[in-house]
Design a protein around this ligand. Structure first.
Ligand code: MSP
Length: 648
């Protein structure tokens, strides 16, 4: 059976501004989707690039006092250099100044012209330089362009027009018959609502007397092509239209990714252009929302523009990739703030995933000399396997639907299940009993297998982390079981006897204090009521918690300590007998305590209090009795619980 093809594109970014968080997000999403489709088994092509024509570019070049071509070379290179540190693995970086693109734009213009869908006409209208287009009256707010807040200029010009109106009904039909054509649904509805009014034709030329920087019309040398008509065609050029070997192959699987700002050109201009050129329509348009920064629109004038290089430096590439995909519900706006990134790093990545990985590998090291043990076939743990299967099916559906946050949520449910599996099975207790060795081996194998599946599923989102995990698990990334979900998604493919290795912490915790000191020169508005980072800061890892030996202790005698108003000397069974000195004399009479079952920290370093060696600490809760009296209440357990029982 031949593979499904997927051709995913990002917008080609304008070179009038430097790359920022918004560009980084779209490109990370496209990269993740491309890697996910490969994992699903598709034949994938991924394209990004830069949009380099138009009067905005001429203005930006003039500000720097350089020629447009010098200017676009410089900024385009900045975009190109932005992607490797974010692990963006594209197949083509296209520029609208590339020779093949210029040729394809001319070819399409000629085809549409000859088909009778381009005509010459005089036009008077309100032109906004910021938008690089004529605006219609109803788009204005208080007589101004709502995006650039300036009054558009009245211009009369002779120009070429694309007969877009001719395709209005055909487009409405197509959108109605293909619910997936524009998604999420809110954007599909927005497009249909726009199309409920008559569509005007599109002015697709600019006289060279006004703008010289662009692609000349093949049928009139006095005009250059309108920048949107030029830019959208990049999606065809990049795969060899019209006759390149790859064109038909990849175009059949074309999916565009954009943000809501450029919905109209992509959902209206582009499909009608394709109809007029006789090219089949793309398959899907995926539209995401906008990132704000600390709830505020990102803008140069506010000084809150976040650069991709800063993101990598501050948080690390995989933390940024994970955060942006986990935090934004695709289609809606989201707010970026460093507190939220750090909270996700410390909780989801360092605590949940990082600890699961390091604990599992270190137990396989401790009990099996770092070699994956053979599971006992009679000892299968179906529920863990079932949880992994549920994760994989949810992941495939959600990632394929651009619901990345739900895909990751499904993965983290499994991370939680694997962490609970450790607690429930206590490999450290199994290791103490020689007869439990087969069981211990099963538990450790299942952990190794869970980690392999996690590495496989996380590869599209966090490629570097997945590689580190594979290296720790001793799995060759080129191995069949790590190539596609089909080859590697089944439970039980890890090979017993595989030599593993210790690798560094997957995700070091990020110290909020250090971060804020490092970032002092870039002040940030703290999000009101957001104390998630503080919470993450005070969290301990499961490793740390596990080190605290909490046990049930039965008090068998209690007496006052001489010369002390506060201290009682308790003799307890936990299950062995020991002495604990506790500061509860102000709240409890010794005679009331005998027979109580309390909770103690059993592995606290012994210390002498008033000359008596205390071997542990009794847990209490402090409360106020009346306005002033501080009192202590012992933490107790039900009478039926055996002394010495571990609290977990
Ligand atoms: N050159 C056109 C696109 C032509 S595609 C044929 C253009 N360029 S742009 O540089 O302005 O990029 C717009 C795109 O950048 C958005 O659609 C989105 O992908 C990304 N983003 C820019 N700012 C953004 C946010 N604040 N948040 C999320 N993404 C945003 O339009």
């Amino acid at each position: 059976m031949s593979k499904k093809t997927t051709y995913i594109t990002t917008p080609i970014y304008y070179v009038n501004a430097q790359p920022h968080l918004g560009h980084a997000y779209s490109t990370v999403v496209a990269d993740t989707y491309s890697r996910f489709c490969k994992l699903r088994g598709d034949d994938v092509r991924f394209q990004t690039g830069t949009d380099e024509h138009g009067d905005k570019i001429v203005e930006a070049a003039a500000k720097e006092d350089v020629e447009p071509h010098q200017y676009v070379d410089r900024i385009s290179a900045m975009f190109r250099d932005t992607w490797p540190p974010l692990d963006i693995d594209y197949d083509r970086f296209i520029r609208t100044t590339d020779e093949d693109h210029v040729a394809v734009v001319k070819h399409i213009l000629q085809t549409v012209y000859e088909g009778g869908d381009i005509y010459f006409d005089e036009y008077s209208g309100l032109y906004c330089t910021g938008c690089e287009r004529f605006l219609i009256e109803r788009e204005l707010v208080d007589g101004k362009c709502p995006d650039h807040l300036v009054e558009p200029k009245e211009i009369t010009e002779q120009n070429y027009f694309f007969r877009m109106s001719r395709y209005q009904e055909q487009l409405i039909e197509h959108i109605k018959n293909n619910p997936q054509f524009v998604s999420p649904e809110r954007y599909r509805n927005e497009v249909l609502s726009f199309l409920s009014d008559p569509l005007e034709d599109l002015c697709i030329s600019r006289p060279t007397s006004r703008l010289n920087w662009g692609i000349r019309l093949p049928f009139d040398d006095n005009y250059v092509t309108y920048v949107w008509f030029d830019a959208l065609i990049n999606y065809l050029t990049g795969i060899g239209y019209p006759k390149g070997g790859k064109f038909e192959h990849y175009w059949a699987g074309a999916e565009h990714l954009i943000a809501k700002d450029i919905l109209k050109p992509h959902a209206i201009y582009w499909p009608t252009m394709l109809m007029a050129a006789g090219v089949p329509l793309y398959q899907k348009l995926h539209v995401h929302g906008y990132w704000n920064v600390d709830e505020t629109k990102m803008s140069k004038s506010l000084g809150n523009v976040i650069r991709p290089s800063q993101l990598v430096e501050d948080y690390g590439v995989d933390t940024f990739r994970y955060f942006s995909l986990r935090e934004m519900s695709f289609g809606l706006d989201a707010s970026f703030n460093s507190t939220a990134v750090i909270a996700r790093n410390n909780a989801d990545l360092a605590n949940d995933l990082g600890n699961l990985f390091s604990r599992s590998v270190s137990m396989i090291d401790k009990y099996c000399e770092l070699v994956l043990p053979k599971p006992d076939s009679a000892e299968a743990d179906d529920h863990l396997q079932k949880a992994s299967e549920e994760m994989i099916s949810a992941y495939i559906v959600h990632m394929g639907d651009f619901k990345f946050h739900l895909g990751l949520q499904a993965v983290w449910e499994f991370v939680g299940a694997a962490n609970r599996y450790i607690v429930q099975n206590e490999p450290w207790s199994l290791a103490k009993d020689e007869t439990m060795k087969p069981r211990l081996h099963t538990v450790l194998y299942n952990l190794g297998e869970s980690l392999r599946l996690l590495a496989l599923l996380l590869k599209p989102v966090m490629p570097q982390t997945a590689e580190k995990m594979m290296s720790g698990l001793g799995i060759d990334p080129a191995s069949k079981i790590m190539q596609t979900l089909e080859q590697g998604g089944a439970w039980g493919l890890s090979i017993p006897g595989t030599r593993m290795s210790r690798v560094a912490n997957l995700f070091p915790r990020i110290d909020t204090k250090k971060q804020s000191d490092d970032r002092k020169e870039r002040p940030k508005k703290a999000k009101k009521g957001d104390n998630s980072a503080k919470k993450a800061e005070s969290q301990i890892s499961f490793e740390q918690f596990k080190d605290i030996d909490l046990r049930v202790a039965k008090i068998i005698s209690a007496e006052r300590v001489e010369k002390s108003n506060k201290l009682l000397k308790l003799t307890v069974l936990a299950p062995e007998e020991r002495t604990i000195v506790s500061g509860i004399a102000g709240s409890h009479r010794p005679e009331d305590l005998v027979g109580e079952k309390v909770i103690i920290v059993a592995n606290l370093k012994p210390a002498k209090l008033m000359g008596i060696l205390s071997e542990g600490m009794v847990l209490t809760a402090e409360f106020k009795d009346g306005d002033t009296n501080e009192r202590l209440s012992l933490a107790t357990v039900a009478a039926a619980v055996e002394p010495g029982t571990k609290i977990a």
